[in-house]
Design a protein around this ligand. Structure first.
Ligand code: HEC
Length: 155
């Protein structure tokens, strides 16, 4: 009996010491509209996948990362809101997409960042973080902690 019990304990410690990484739920952080906001960015090239208007929002930790020349501490969060273009000159149309990057070293496959895409309603859009998001950020900003924008965007 004693032996069986210690076996159970040993098993328990064995199992509980294995690091299990459960990815945090992909939810948009509340209140990001009050974070530091970038200048208004307009891309009128209809052949570009970025055709539209967007604004980047960075929390305090992320702003420190931008100031340090794109070296971001764990917990940094950056959100981008995309809008359609209405008319000429371009006026902000309806929102069409929101994307999030959150620095979390457990996301090894995507450079230590959690990448997540959302619809205008804030619901996860199910875009693949590795093939859809990270590949492009890796190509454009491997030397800048995978963050493409820089502090210049927040003047
Ligand atoms: C085809 C390339 C491409 C793909 C795919 C892409 N991005 Fe980006 N992303 C960019 C570019 C370029 C910028 C910079 C925009 C700017 O400077 O205004 C950017 C900016 C961002 C930013 C602001 C921080 C930064 O890096 O400047 C976040 C957050 C972001 N993207 C998340 C995502 C997520 C999440 C996905 C997948 C759903 C995604 N991106 C897919 C090219 C891409």
């Amino acid at each position: 009996m004693k032996l069986a019990l210690s076996f159970v304990f040993a098993l328990f410690f064995l199992v509980s010491s294995v690091p299990v990484f459960a990815a945090p739920a992909t939810v948009l952080p509340k209140g990001y509209l009050s974070w530091k906001k970038s200048e208004r960015k307009v891309d009128t090239d209809k052949s570009s996948i970025f055709y539209g208007i967007h604004y980047i929002y960075a929390d305090k930790t992320a702003m420190k990362g931008y100031q340090a020349g794109n070296r971001f501490a764990d917990g940094s969060r950056i959100v981008v809101e995309y809008f359609n273009i209405k008319g000429n000159p371009a006026v902000d149309g309806p929102k069409n997409m929101v994307v999030l990057m959150r620095k979390d070293k457990r996301f090894k496959q995507t450079g230590g960042w959690q990448f997540a895409g959302f619809g205008a309603d804030g619901k996860p859009s199910g875009l693949d973080p590795v093939t859809t998001c990270f590949d492009c950020h890796l190509k454009d900003a491997a030397q800048r902690d995978y963050v493409i924008s820089t502090k210049k965007d927040f003047k």
